[in-house]
Design a protein around this ligand. Structure first.
Ligand SMILES: C[C@@](CO)(OP(=O)(O)O)[C@H](O)COP(=O)(O)OP(=O)(O)OC[C@H]1O[C@@H](n2ccc(N)nc2=O)[C@H](O)[C@@H]1O
Ligand SMILES: Nc1ncnc2c1ncn2[C@@H]1O[C@H](COP(=O)(O)OP(=O)(O)O)[C@@H](O)[C@H]1O
Length: 299
């Protein structure tokens, strides 16, 4: 069935575990990460057009509005894969913080792939979509899959894991972003002895299968945290504030600077967010795990 417009919603991600190895010859770092999709979303709408364009539903600083936008790169990659000469007008409603370590750009790329596949009735096999996603960015395949998943390779190889937990994250936002390449570069300076292949976090994967929020909280880990802390010493105060409320379950989101705190129930998460807001921190709540990119409207 052909459509005039398709809107796809894609979630933010966090890394419950982010194990990082020493850089490979291509410069990328081998990862053993456990991704979780959480309930902050970007909505991407596409319609047919003579030329590629991208616009924001509402202005947001830091998002390129030209060919550098990863959504346009995704659209072009899909068209090229199918050998078709078509273009689209893309509109993005951003709900995911920009440069926050929550993979907002990756969510937009995944959403664009799915939206254009449906708009143009391309019926791209999932394996092909995942492969194209992996050429756009390390986190893009996970944004298609969602839920909770193990990420290996440079993060692009995604295997769903059994997750019986259902938790709420207090998400502490930062007014300034942090550059992912800069954090990886500083990680290299701090960790010359990083392993060639970081180990898979078996204990965390077991805790997820059992749905044990307390155990999951104890097992959260992020190898990029020391590098992010060095580049952004202001994050230490935020971490101290979070740990004063709950010593476990505090985590840096990806390469940062967003910080996270795990709660089993929404009421305790709300109370913690209210406390932090009173102390001047900017917070929101997000449930996890949630679904990957999915169509929300056809028109
Ligand atoms: C750190 C993580 C953790 O999930 O997420 P964010 O904090 O960015 O959301 C990811 O590894 C980021 O993935 P993503 O943002 O898709 O990165 P890419 O576009 O593939 O790469 C951007 C840059 O990050 C560095 N990079 C990325 C992935 C990787 N395994 N090793 C790297 O060294 C490289 O400098 C690369 O040029
Ligand atoms: N659609 C997009 N949304 C957000 N950022 C984008 C987009 N396209 C390209 N970018 C660029 O990607 C970089 C990373 O942004 P983002 O994905 O929000 O952060 P992170 O890598 O920390 O998760 C930024 O420098 C931004 O300018």
């Amino acid at each position: 069935m052909t459509q005039d417009a398709v809107t796809v919603r894609a979630p933010a991600k966090i890394n419950l575990h982010l194990g990082v190895g020493r850089p490979r010859p291509d410069g990328l770092h081998p990862l053993a990460t456990v991704y979780q999709a959480v309930g902050l979303y970007d909505d991407v709408s596409v319609t047919d057009a003579a030329t590629w364009s991208v616009a924001l539903a509402e202005p947001v600083a830091g998002v390129p509005l030209d060919d550098d936008n990863i959504a346009i790169r995704a659209g072009r990659a899909l068209a090229e894969h199918h050998g078709i000469d078509r273009a689209a007008a893309i509109t993005i409603a951003k709900g995911i913080p920009v440069m926050g370590g929550m993979a907002g750009g990756s969510a937009d790329a995944a959403a664009t792939l799915l939206a254009l596949d449906r708009l143009w009735d391309l019926q791209t096999p999932d394996d092909d979509l995942l492969r194209i996603a992996g050429t756009l960015g390390s986190d893009v395949p996970f944004a298609l899959v969602g839920g909770t998943a193990l990420g290996t390779g440079h993060g692009q190889l995604v295997t769903p894991v059994d997750d019986a937990s259902s938790v709420w994250w207090v998400v502490v936002l930062s007014d300034e972003g942090l550059s992912t390449p800069a954090v990886y570069r500083h990680f290299d300076e701090l960790s010359p002895d990083a392993p060639a292949e970081p180990p898979v976090p078996d204990a965390l994967i077991e805790a997820l299968a059992g749905g044990y929020a307390d155990e999951i909280g104890d097992l959260l880990a992020n190898d990029l945290w020391p590098a992010a802390r060095d580049l952004r010493p202001d994050l230490v105060d935020v971490e101290v504030a979070l740990r004063s409320l709950s010593p476990d379950g505090v985590l840096l989101s990806g390469s940062g600077p967003t910080l996270l705190m795990l709660h089993e129930g929404v009421e305790e998460a709300r109370a913690a967010a209210a406390d932090l807001t009173e102390r001047g921190y900017r917070c929101t709540l997000a449930p996890g795990p949630v679904a990957g990119a999915h169509v929300v409207t056809y028109a």
